[in-house]
Design a protein around this ligand. Structure first.
Ligand SMILES: Cc1cc2nc3c(=O)[nH]c(=O)nc-3n(C[C@H](O)[C@H](O)[C@H](O)COP(=O)(O)O)c2cc1C
Length: 185
């Protein structure tokens, strides 16, 4: 018996290439994991490697693979990482213009414990729409891993490659698993 099922939503930013680290972090704690990608994220990730690791297809469209269920699977926690400026703003507004955004909208609505890990540079992070989006999501009970308490800050424009190496995959899973545990007890 597994400890839980983690739904991962990957957006189109550099750390998407390392999403296997989150799958591994979950599996090491006896969780299962599945990955959904935004259409833009599919060019950043190694789909075959993720599918081999999770044992299930990476979903990015409404088209389910043969034999797979069409409805949203039950999830004990949701981690959106890396979360782009674009997708964070959309999620806060409730937009559902692709499969990944639709699934996020519904899982948050089902009160599935959710962690968002932005990968956004400091110029974008100062924009009022982004700051409003972070506040809106926190107000809805979503953990947006950002700021001094989380030790994860927006990076200076042009420094994304260095920051990608220290992307907090393990921290994100730890928070998600803790919230899932709290939700069960
Ligand atoms: C090479 C490359 C790197 C990118 N890095 C980032 C990034 O670090 N953060 C971000 O918010 N957007 C980044 N973008 C822009 C997003 O991919 C773009 O906003 C896209 O519309 C996001 O789509 P999604 O949110 O549906 O995944 C990058 C784009 C490219 C081509």
């Amino acid at each position: 018996m597994t400890s839980g099922h983690l739904q991962i939503v990957v957006c189109g930013a550099g750390p998407a290439a390392d999403a296997a680290k989150l799958v591994t972090a979950a599996q090491e704690q006896n969780w299962t994991a599945a990955v959904t990608a935004t259409p833009n994220a599919t060019s950043f990730i190694d789909l075959a490697a993720i599918e081999e690791l999770t044992g299930v297809p990476v979903r990015s469209t409404y088209q389910a693979s043969p034999g797979a269920r069409r409805s949203l699977p039950a999830a004990d926690a949701l981690v959106i990482a890396p979360a782009t400026y674009n997708s964070i703003n959309k999620i806060a507004l409730g937009l559902a213009d692709n499969y990944a955004m639709t699934s996020v909208a519904e899982l948050i609505g089902r009160h599935v414990p959710t962690v968002v890990v932005p990968f956004v540079n400091a110029a974008l992070a100062t924009r009022l729409p982004f700051r409003r989006a972070v506040a809106t999501l926190r107000n809805e009970g979503v953990h947006v891993l950002l700021g001094p308490e989380d030790e994860w800050e927006p990076h200076p424009p042009g420094s994304g490659n260095d920051r990608q190496r220290v992307f907090p995959w393990g921290t994100a899973f730890g928070i998600a698993a803790g919230r899932a545990y709290d939700a069960r007890t």
